[in-house]
Structure formats: C-alpha cells, structure tokens
Design a protein around this ligand. Structure first.
Ligand code: ATP
Ligand code: MG
Length: 448
C-alpha cells in the first residue's frame, strides 16, 4: 500500500478526551474516529488490525471444534420475553420500534436467538455436542462508555454457545473454549490469565474471565505470578482428547477477580513473592449456565430413553474490538504503537528518504515489489515529506519493521532495517535486507 493513496489522518496533538494510552494512540494514528459516545468508525489502518484479530479468533474457534455462523444485530423483543430477560435487562438494552410498532432491540448478546435456532433444528442427543459461534456487532447502552474501544457502546464480539446432553459433556465444551482462549490471546502477543469470576446477569456457576494485566484495566484482580510462565497449549493440541489435566494446571494456581477474591485463600495458596494484586483488562469470558435458557425456551432433545431432556448450555465471549486497545496497552512506547507481527496492520514500513531522487525511487520500487511478492505486507511512505516526519509517522503507527532507503546509503550499497520492538538497526545490502525481512516476518507468523 502506498501512503499517497491511503487514508491516514494522523493527529499532531494528543486529544484531551482520551485518558489512556491506547485511546490516545488509536486517535493519533488515525485508526478510529468517534461518531458518538462509545461509537467509532474504523478507519483503514484500525480496520486492518480489527480484521487480523478477528481472523485469529476465528481460526482458534474452528480449531477447537466450534462452527461459525452469523446472526442479525436486530432481534425481536418476543424472543427475550420467552426467557424473561426483556424486562430484566434494563437500560443497557437499546430498544427500537419498527414501522409496524413491533418491539425490536439491537442485540447486546445472543443466548435467546441461538437457543431458538438450536431448538428448531436439533432433535436427538445423538446430534450433540454442538458449538456454534458468530462474530457480530453488539450494542450495550453502557452508563459510562470510556477509554475508546475498550468500553464502547457498539463493539465487536465473538460469542460462542455450547449445547450438551449433561453437565459432564458441557464441561468438555467449556474446556475446549478455555484452551482455545489461551491460544487466541497468546497468538496476539498477550499473556491472558483465566480467573475465577462471577457469572453476571447471564447467570450460572462455572465461569472464568480471561484477564490481561494492565495498569489501566478496569478490573481489580489477584493471582499467582507463576501463572505468567505456564506454557501455552500448541496448535497440535488434540481438542477431542481429555483437556481436564491441562485445565487443572491453570486452575491449580490462585487467580480471581475482585468479586470472587478470598484474601485468606490467596494467602494460603501463594507465597508472598508470587502474590500479584493488580489491575487487568477483561478480554474474554466463558461460562456454563446449564438450563437457564433451555428450560424456559424448551430447547430439548430426545435422550437415550426417548424422553425429552433440556440441553445444558454455556456461552463464551471475546471482546474483538476491545482487544485492539488491549494490545496497544501491552505494546507501545512514547513514540507510538509497537504491533506484534500477527496483528500488525502491515508488516513493514518502507521509508523513501528522498522521493523524486531517481535511484532512491527505483530502489524503493524494487524493494516494495519484492516484499509484496514474498507475501510481506508493505506500507510505503512515498510522500515528499521530510525524513524526520516520516520516521515519526512510522514510529507512531508502529509497524514491526522499517526499511529505510536513501541516496547516501545507496551510494555506499546499503539500506537500513529498524526493528520497532527494540529499536535495533541494521545496515545491509538491499537484497540482503529484503531476504532478512522476509525470513523474519515468516518466522514471526509461523504457527506454534
Ligand atoms: P464488562 O464486565 O467489562 O462489562 P461483561 O461481563 O459485560 O464485561 P460479557 O458479556 O462477558 O462482558 O462480554 C464478552 C466480552 O465482550 C467481554 O469479556 C469483553 O471483552 C467484551 N465487552 C463487553 N462489554 C464491552 C464493551 N462495552 N466494549 C467493548 N468490549 C466489551
Ligand atoms: Mg458489561
């Protein structure tokens, strides 16, 4: 992509309304633009990151055995009357009337709708388990939308729903999602900690929030430091095998959000040096809630003896748009974002130090074409701006590599690579630099 064709409205000043660094950087780097309280347009650069996060979420859901579909954003109120939640949900729900005066709503979540869809199509216990998910915009009329996309009113969520014949089977579905979540967040460069959590308005008893530690996080959390060093399950994990031992390794260490925190137990189970009491960002939440919806909505299957049995359900959310902010909170410096390769809007920023200089332009075009051909995503600053401005701009948007090409270097047979993560610079011949970038990008993207 060439910057001269792109839409990248950078801001010089830090907007006063943005309190936390991810919100500031997303506005300054031209990733989002606010359209109302807690409502954002995703500009081209931000949208690329959002799409990459969404794709990782999708791949890991598929790997774990969940099946993708898409439900609408607008739902009929009737459905929510069946579960009893239409009146209970309160002011967070955006209620709408259509031209025929029918009551509708913009979905804050989809338990009712998926239950309706399930009961229409599944008859026998033999068709279980089922894990269905979609990635769709939600609307919650939050009292205090803030911190940019971290607590929006309109936000993108991945929500999965599980249907099982009994509690033991439901636990297996839960475990699949538990492992999928560990992998999902790790692939984005985040260390997430599953913590025992309250199940909230959706109900139930088996519940974990996946928390990324950050000073700006909204949740107070308590956990054992050793959780930060556990290995992430590999891409070759067999999701049909018994995942319980793997789950036990994680849940064997103390980790709880404020609502579930027990100071006495925390002291008993951790040594002083391992005790973390910190703040964190909730990036995902999994819970089992049994027959909460299947009972009132009569989502039943014929059991082995032919009798109708209400299914045991769980739901599993990931804050896809919130993750964009959470990743910046974890990866930035004073100059801007430092994207992990897997979610970077582009892999490499190509900086032409003297646009209009024939040799420099030619070397940039050659590098641009060679990198693109090798599958590397290049963002080419082909504007006539001064070098200082180009460097600052590229640091702000935070692509993992910068390839800097100018007349002086070329005269000496060299171009420069800068790695954004640690600022390390390397001068190489142009072909060697291209080879180097291609192999490092491939290595960083390799699935583990
Ligand atoms: P919170 O306690 O932060 O309000 P929640 O418990 O209401 O979250 P869930 O219903 O579990 O959230 O939604 C699943 C995921 O969606 C959350 O883990 C979070 O990552 C994300 N999420 C929830 N509310 C918002 C929001 N207002 N803006 C952005 N992401 C959100
Ligand atoms: Mg909420």
């Amino acid at each position: 992509m060439r910057l001269t064709r792109y839409y990248l409205p950078l801001l010089k000043e830090t907007p006063a309304e943005a309190q936390i660094v991810s919100h500031q950087l997303m506005l300054r780097a031209g990733m989002i633009r606010q359209q109302g309280a807690g409502i954002y347009a995703w500009l081209p650069l931000g949208f690329r990151v959002l799409r990459k996060i969404e794709q990782i979420v999708r791949e890991e859901q598929d790997r774990a055995g969940a099946v993708e579909m898409l439900m609408p954003t607008i739902q009929p109120a009737e459905l929510w009357r069946e579960s009893g939640r239409y009146d209970a949900y309160g002011k967070e729900m955006l209620r709408i009337k259509d031209r025929g005066d029918r009551e509708m709503l913009f979905g804050p979540t989809n338990e009712e709708m998926i239950t309706e869809i399930f009961r229409a199509g599944v008859r026998s216990y033999k068709e279980l388990p089922k894990l269905l998910y979609h990635i769709q915009w939600k609307f919650r009329d939050e009292i205090r939308p803030r911190f940019g996309v971290m607590r929006g009113r309109e936000f993108l969520m991945k929500d999965t729903y599980s249907f099982d014949i009994d509690e033991a089977a439901a636990r297996r579905s839960y475990n699949r999602m538990f492992v999928a979540y560990l992998r999902t967040f790790a692939r984005m460069g985040l260390t997430s900690i599953p913590m025992r959590a309250e199940s909230g308005p959706i109900g139930g008893d088996l519940s974990h929030e996946f928390i990324v530690l950050a000073e700006t996080g909204e949740s107070a959390v308590f956990c054992d430091r050793r959780l930060l060093d556990l290995d992430i399950p590999g891409h070759d994990t067999d999701f049909d095998a018994d995942l319980q031992p793997l789950i036990d390794r994680y849940t064997g260490y103390y980790a709880a959000t404020e609502e579930k925190h027990d100071a006495g137990e925390f002291e008993k189970r951790t040594s002083e040096g391992d005790r973390i009491s910190a703040r964190g960002i909730e990036v995902g939440h999994i819970f089992f809630f049994g027959r909460k919806y299947s009972d009132p909505m009569k989502a039943v299957v014929a059991g082995p003896e032919g009798k109708d049995i209400p299914v045991e359900m769980g739901s599993y959310g990931i804050g896809v748009s919130r993750l964009v902010g959470a990743i910046i909170e974890a990866h930035h410096d004073d100059a801007g974002c430092k994207w992990p390769m897997a979610v970077a809007p582009f892999h490499v920023g190509l900086i032409n130090l003297k646009q209009g200089d024939a040799a420099t332009d030619a070397a940039c075009e050659t590098a641009y074409a060679a990198l693109e051909k090798a599958g590397v995503e290049v963002f080419y600053d082909d504007t006539p701006a001064r070098p200082g401005e180009k460097f600052a701009r590229m640091d702000l948007i935070g692509l993992p590599y910068q390839l800097v090409i100018g007349p002086r270097g070329l005269a000496a047979g060299e171009v420069e690579i800068k790695r954004r993560a640690d600022g390390e610079r390397l001068a190489l011949a142009p072909e060697a630099a291209i080879e180097r970038i291609v192999s490092e990008v491939k290595a960083a993207l390799a699935l583990r």
